[in-house]
Design a protein around this ligand. Structure first.
Ligand code: IMP
Length: 198
C-alpha cells in the first residue's frame, strides 16, 4: 500500500484526517516516524500557500508523497480574523477562544457569521509537483464555549443548519460536514489519480 506522510503535528487534526480518508487505499504516516524534521515556518498569505509549502517541504525531506492541511476560522464581523493566524492567535485553545469571544462581545447574534476554511495540498517528492484544493463550512460563533469534542475553536462554532457547536456534535457528524471533510472529498480525486499512476 502506498505510504503518504501527513505534514502536521496536530494530533487531533491527524486523527480527523485518518477518519475522513478511511476507505482510500493509502497508509498514512505521522510526522513522528521521521527523525530530525525541522519546524516549518508557514509565512504564506493564504491557506493554500501554507498547505503547499508544508506538503512540499515534507515531501522533499522524506522522499515520500506528502499531504498537508492548513486551516482556520474567519469571522465576518472581524474582517476574517483570526484567519491564517488561527493557530497563533493566542497560546492555548482556551486563550484563543477567550480572546475571540472578547473581541466579539458586543456583536449581536445576527451578525456572528463565520466560516472554517481548509486547504489540502498533496506534494510529490520526485518532481516537486504540488496540488491544492480548499473548501469551507459556514456557521456562527456562539456567546459561550459549549461541548468537549473536537479541537481548537470547535466549542464556539455552530455550523449552519445546526444548534449544537462542533464540540457538541459527534465525531462522525463533524467529519461529515466540516471544512476538512469537504476539502478531502476534493483531494480524494487527486489522491486516486496519483495512486492510479504509481
Ligand atoms: P494550522 O492549519 O495547523 O496552521 O492551524 C489551524 C488552526 O485553526 C488550529 O490550530 C485551530 O485553532 C484552527 N482550526 C482548524 N481546523 C479546525 C477545526 O476543525 N476545529 C477547530 N479549530 C480548527
Amino acid at each position: 500500500m502506498i505510504e503518504i506522510v501527513i505534514a502536521s503535528r496536530n494530533e487531533k487534526k491527524v486523527r480527523e484526517i485518518k477518519q475522513i480518508t478511511k476507505g482510500i487505499p493509502i497508509k498514512l504516516l505521522p510526522l513522528g516516524s521521521f527523525k530530525d524534521l525541522p519546524e516549518i515556518i508557514e509565512g504564506g498569505k493564504t491557506f493554500q500557500e501554507n498547505a503547499k509549502k508544508k506538503a512540499l517541504t515534507i515531501a522533499n525531506l522524506t522522499g515520500k508523497i506528502s499531504l498537508a492541511d492548513d486551516s482556520g476560522l474567519e469571522v465576518e464581523a472581524l474582517n476574517g480574523v483570526p484567519g491564517i493566524e488561527s493557530s497563533r492567535f493566542a497560546k492555548t485553545d482556551k486563550d484563543r477562544i477567550d480572546k475571540l469571544l472578547g473581541l466579539m462581545k458586543d456583536i449581536p447574534k445576527e451578525k456572528r457569521q463565520a466560516k472554517f476554511v481548509c486547504a489540502v495540498a498533496i506534494a510529490l517528492p520526485d518532481n516537486g509537483k504540488v496540488t491544492a484544493v480548499s473548501s469551507e463550512c459556514k456557521g456562527t460563533i456562539s456567546f459561550k464555549p459549549r461541548g468537549r469534542g473536537g479541537f481548537g475553536y470547535d466549542p464556539i462554532f455552530i455550523p449552519e443548519g445546526y444548534s449544537k457547536t462542533f464540540a457538541e456534535l459527534s465525531r462522525d457528524a463533524k467529519n461529515r460536514i466540516s471544512h476538512r471533510a469537504r476539502a478531502f472529498k476534493k483531494a480524494k480525486k487527486i489522491l486516486l489519480d496519483i495512486l492510479s499512476k504509481q
